[in-house]
Design a protein around this ligand. Structure first.
Ligand SMILES: C[S@@+](CC[C@H](N)C(=O)[O-])C[C@H]1O[C@@H](n2cnc3c(N)ncnc32)[C@H](O)[C@@H]1O
Length: 138
């Protein structure tokens, strides 16, 4: 992993509380959208900047044992605590590292692109990570 311009470190002592607040406020809308999209058994999902892990954890359930969730973040201290057989966690810098191409049925990111000056190129990478015709939720 290389240096990043992201200024909020997941190792901050109050980071769990900060994520709790984000998740409490945003998860209902995110989960509504994911449900509308129809995330379901067998889907291969990528969560970019998984943070506190609530969306990652939610995704692990509908995709089931035939599906897969990959969570990436600069710092996985919270998603590392999740214990799902269909979850893979990678320490990865989405700005400088490559994503797999045409791999996923869903790419989700929340509250990360706004922090990244390189958001345009990251967005292109996220689009390229999708299987043709599949879903991105930002
Ligand atoms: C504001 S938090 C949002 C967390 C989560 N997506 C949510 O909405 O609950 C942004 C997350 O993106 C991660 N992040 C920031 N820059 C990143 C990068 N270049 N590559 C991967 N993850 C990054 C941070 O470590 C942090 O966990």
């Amino acid at each position: 992993m290389t240096e990043s311009s992201y200024v909020l470190d997941n190792d901050w002592v109050y980071e769990r509380e900060r994520f709790d607040a984000i998740e409490r406020n945003l998860d209902p809308g995110t989960i509504w959208a994911l449900t509308e999209i129809g995330v379901s058994n067998g889907w291969n999902c990528l969560e970019v900047g998984a943070g506190g892990g609530s969306v990652t954890e939610w995704l692990c359930k509908p995709v089931g044992s035939d599906g897969q969730v990959t969570a990436i973040d600069l710092n996985n201290r919270f998603v590392d605590l999740l214990d799902y057989e269909n979850l893979e966690v990678h320490e990865l810098n989405v700005v400088t590292d490559d994503l797999l191409v045409e791999e996923y049925d869903l790419v989700h990111s929340r509250f990360i692109l706004a922090h990244l000056p390189e958001r345009d190129s990251v967005l292109v990478k996220m689009i390229q990570a999708l299987r043709p015709g599949r879903w991105m939720l930002v």
